[in-house]
Ligand binder design. Sequence first.
Ligand code: PHB
Length: 390
Amino acid sequence: MKKAAITAFAVMALCGTASADVIKVGVVGPFSGPFALQGKNFKAGIDAYIALHGNKIGDDTVEIVYRDIPTADPAQSKALGQELIVKEKVQYLAGFYFTPDAMAVTPILKQGNVPMVIMNAATSAIMKTSPLVVRTSFTTWQTSTPIAKVASDAGVKKIISVVSDYGPGVDAENAFRKAFEEAGGKIVEAIRMPLSTNDFSPIMQRIKDSGAEGVFAFLPSGPTTLGFVKAFNDNGLKAAGTKFYAPGDLTQESDLPALGDAALGIQTTFHYAVSHDSPENKTFVEAATKAIGNEAELSFPSVGAFDGMHVIYKMIEATAGKQDAQKAVDAVKGLAWTSPRGPVSIDPESRHITQNIYLREVTKDSDGKYFNKEVQTFEKQGDPGLAAAK
Ligand code: PHB
């Protein structure tokens, strides 16, 4: 006994005071079911980050623990968050595709001494629910404000707004309305659809009947957005000349082949296009494609996850691997870096990401591949929704 204790002491002395730990990061996202491709993109971004930067920070080793939540389900999300903190002893929580899933977990962060890095959920108010949240994705206020300017610059005066009736949809409607009305436009009707809506024909009829020149739309990316844009085309609205304005959730790259030529020319504003032309994005797309297995499946949640890992690595460095949620979060306030999407920073007050928002147009290249082509940049956009979330 005594000899063993002395040996252990000698080994510790040789290694210095730091001990090598496994630092667990719990990632909650849709890894099965209708939104599985979005979760697959979380994993591709995380795998790409680890492939490029390794899984060691000093002596510590990072281990990712995944938990699947197929659709928005706050009760299940809370149970998973608790299980990850209490049983798995994760030091960080990350992921969260849907707003209600993120909102359900923020109340337990403080007690668990665990920061949350949101890799997608996009409602402004989430940041107000805990000082331990940092976000590397976007808000729908951030992405929907510039498209209102695009619509009004095109001379459009009357818009009908159609959004999913939950956090990011309501934020998108408010953001678009504020910017569009300030520019002299009018929202003739505002429709909020249940999140579960999948037959969009009645909505298309209401758009036709509204007398609006164009529609503003937000739905969470996945089968929902593909169905909505398809319905817009199939019900003859595109052919009738109705204008279509939306944030980039509506034209994620992985949906473009299924939309085909009907999507050509659709303008959206967003923080990331897989086609973004920069050395950082080239490196990212190569690594993320290797991880996901097929470049055609890459979409925006991958970049939210990749940058989320960057933030988590910086937090682990700053705390030398020790569990101190507040210190970890404080360490990344003001952090700036070049993301695959362009220059970004964490706003020290809101803990949300400041970034460029790009106007993009769906285009077909000479190989017949559809992509979002960036045509204009709105630089260094913060989250205009924070004032609204107060
Ligand atoms: C959200 O629930 O916050 C959410 C989900 C998917 C999106 C955007 C926002 O494309």
